[in-house]
Design a protein around this ligand. Sequence first.
Ligand SMILES: *[C@@H]1O[C@H](CO)[C@@H](O)[C@H](O)[C@H]1NC(C)=O
Ligand SMILES: *[C@@H]1O[C@H](CO)[C@@H](O)[C@H](O)[C@H]1NC(C)=O
Ligand SMILES: *[C@@H]1O[C@H](CO)[C@@H](O)[C@H](O)[C@H]1NC(C)=O
Ligand SMILES: *[C@@H]1O[C@H](CO)[C@@H](O)[C@H](O)[C@H]1NC(C)=O
Length: 908
Amino acid sequence: MFGGQKKLLVLELCMVVIVQVIVTISDSKLAAADNKHSEMKLPSDPSDFISIDCGTSGDYIDNETGLFYESDAKYIDTGEINEVSPNFTAPAYHLQVRLLRSFPQGMRNCYTLKPKQGANHNYLIKAIFVYGNYDGKNQFPSFDVYLGVNKWVTIDFVNDSRSSTVLEIMHVPSVDYIDVCLVKTGYGLPFISVLELRPLDNSIYQIQDGALMTIRRYDVGVISRYTRYPVDVYDRLWTPYNFSDSTVISTQSTIYTQSLDDGYKIPAKVLKTAAKSQNASIPLSLYFDDPLDSSTQCYVYFHFTEIEKLKEGQKRELRIELNGERNLTESISLEYLKQTTTAPNNPPINGSRLHFSIYAAEGSNLSPILNAVEALVLVELPLSPTNLNDVNAIKDIKQIYKVTRNWQGDPCVPSNLSWEGLNCSNDVTPRIISLNLSSSKLTGEIATSLFNLEALTSLDLSYNNLTGPLPEFFAQLLNLKVLNLTGNKLTGSVPDALMEKSNGGTLLMRLEGNPDLRLSVPFHQKKMKFITPVIASAIVVLLILLATIALVLFKRRSRGGMITGYRKQVSLKSKNEAYTYTEIATITKNFATVIGEGGFGKVYLGVLKYNTKVAVKVLSDTSKQGYKEFRAEAELLRSVHNKHLLYLIGYCDEDEHKALIYEFMENGNLKNRLKEQTDADSLSWKVRLNIAIDAAKGLEYLHNVSKPPIVHRDLKTSNILIDEKMRAKLADFGLSRVVTESGPNSTNPAGTFGYIDPTIRLSKTLTRKVDVYSFGIILFELITGKPAVIDMDLGSDAYHILEWVIPEIERGAIQNIIDPRLQGQFNANAVQKMANAACSCARPTVDERPDISDVLAELNKCLAIEMDPGTTCKTTSSNMPEEACSGKSTEITPFNLGRLFEERDEDC
Ligand SMILES: *[C@@H]1O[C@H](CO)[C@@H](O)[C@H](O)[C@H]1NC(C)=O
Ligand SMILES: *[C@@H]1O[C@H](CO)[C@@H](O)[C@H](O)[C@H]1NC(C)=O
Ligand SMILES: *[C@@H]1O[C@H](CO)[C@@H](O)[C@H](O)[C@H]1NC(C)=O
Ligand SMILES: *[C@@H]1O[C@H](CO)[C@@H](O)[C@H](O)[C@H]1NC(C)=O
């Protein structure tokens, strides 16, 4: 319901205003030349690659990579071919993403890949999804992608800010085929643009159970070039990455990467650039703060090569630390122009957010460097596919009889997607136990493949046009209890073995309606003999069937929850987050430095091991009310994860002592910044815009992404914290409440004077619009530099900011309210736009206020105007008061390897 409301579909496409640098695949000739220096032979033969351009009709050699791309026609016989909007341009894979295949029919549709290396080999599987408004509807779908019988990930373009993505997974299949399936979830049609498979060395990216999905692959020190095949022999996609506050270093020398025992084959080109921190006492900090499930296991691979020619006797040594507390490595010593890969994954790394710091090791006085890094997450594959013999047999049957039902993927697993017309056993490796192809227009003879369904107990082929003899092999299917061939055109005579089983009561056989089929003994003579056993066994069969159906139904219900979301239930207690009171005292140096005071206690400066600063919020003994808020906050923060929400590092919940440990935000809160800033530079208009956008993103996450939605209830400038780069995060969730959709949710008015929605007392209903109101006030504070409640000079009463700004805006005198400290350094249109957005947020009636996603879109537009005043966009509709234009942002999320695609509209 919110998805629909918040999407400004037309706006989504007007990307151009926030398009950042569009990256391009490097020139292939240059890349190939680079490649030749370092790689004498290709360890991965491109003729073993499978490269499928979904939806295209003919095969071709791709100009960029020299790879052979084939049409998907021979991999799939369902779906429709579509073409992305002609105005859509892709900087990479541009040929491959033009056409795509969408799947209006069937719940599940699968591509079956049969790599040459067969089972038990390591493969990289890449799938690319570029919506490109192919259906002309601008309606972003959400669907699941399965790797074989297990869910790989949910692609959620409805709630996500992107509409294209690259998925990549490393997988060792136990069977000689790999199904990649797209499964409907009820939000639009699944589709796919490209599907690729590359064999990998068996020694790399290895784990016991499950597969590894790539979430990051950074080529550090590169500005704007993606790298893939042929530079990377495995065709991994490397995203350019740069650390802020670091120096890029590079070398022209040859790097010895391809020693025989190195399976990673990191391209020399990737290793030739690196980032170097400013000095040896400063670490390189890498944050993965995507909304990962805190129990998700992350596998990280750091790739280093010394590329600076060091002085005699000098050596660079590093160590890597996780979240400021866990040392991941011993000291790593780098060798000149030689590759070192460090994979500190034992024990596995987990946590909802990960912060890696690369330090100079003790005694090393050279800055730490990093050449490349990869992060992958474990995708568990708990379900096993159906018995392979059964799978092969049923696939043969499907092919022989050209079964028109949507039989895709594994016949039995998962049970809620099992093929229509068959039932399966409940074993770990399920078997097909019944097949019903009654009235399915089957023609031809009875297929011998049926004989391979060894576990079959019931076979119903009634009312088809089957011809030829009734084969004797049915008698050898030991479990077969029901055989219904009524209403066909079988000829010849019924084999004796079958007659005997039927007479003996072990097989319920129905053969009526086959005029040319002869019984070896006249039917009526035998009839009397087996009628009683037949009834008896019919009852048994019926009972078995009922039991099976009950089991299947039960299984379906119990698995229902599992397939709905990638994120699992967040576990409430994770041991690396819990701190003792003694530890809290140590961290805060006995509560030495107070850095703030919240509603329920003081906030102290803390220092974790290795000098990571944190903010420690300690609940005061007297605060009873505070305890509830403390709990609420701790629980909420453990269940929501977004980089625009303050990161909870840990907590202490020891008898009387309660404390929350947060990441430290260098620049304090927005309230103090606005109050204390005296010059235009440090809180420039652009910085303010970015702060507004960050806060809006945090709020959008709470309102529209988090499930269930959350109302912050105490949004104010003192709850917006600012880091060293002047980017903002929302904090203080003590009053937050989960919104239940079921109806009015009575609540006490809460919040801070000046920010409280005036209507809340009337309605007593908790809605997200309460926060939107407060957000409007915050926007006005950013524009004016004044607080929500303005104290006048001596004598006058205090008044609310709206009492001042609204009349000024209404009489067109916006210049009167703009913070004079900005000294005219802003774009007037952008300010006007932000003021309009603020006005609509602060509207007196709840229904008139926009959704935060609309506000965010508007703010993005402001930023675009600020960056490029010439930008204009035509749009046709908007939830905002005047014409609006924005688009999907292109942030990197777990299943997105990078900002590979930007979608844009013709109007922009
Ligand atoms: C590939 O390159 C050749 C020559 O550079 C060009 O003629 C051809 O059209 C290109 N093919 C595609 C599919 O882009
Ligand atoms: C390293 O850089 C930081 C920040 O620029 C500075 O404060 C510090 O003194 C430097 N340390 C050394 C050893 O140069
Ligand atoms: C097979 O399906 C048909 C039609 O759906 C149904 O009437 C019949 O009872 C089924 N056969 C068995 C053995 O369950
Ligand atoms: C075929 O026969 C079986 C056994 O009597 C019965 O359960 C099933 O419903 C029959 N199929 C149809 C289509 O009537």
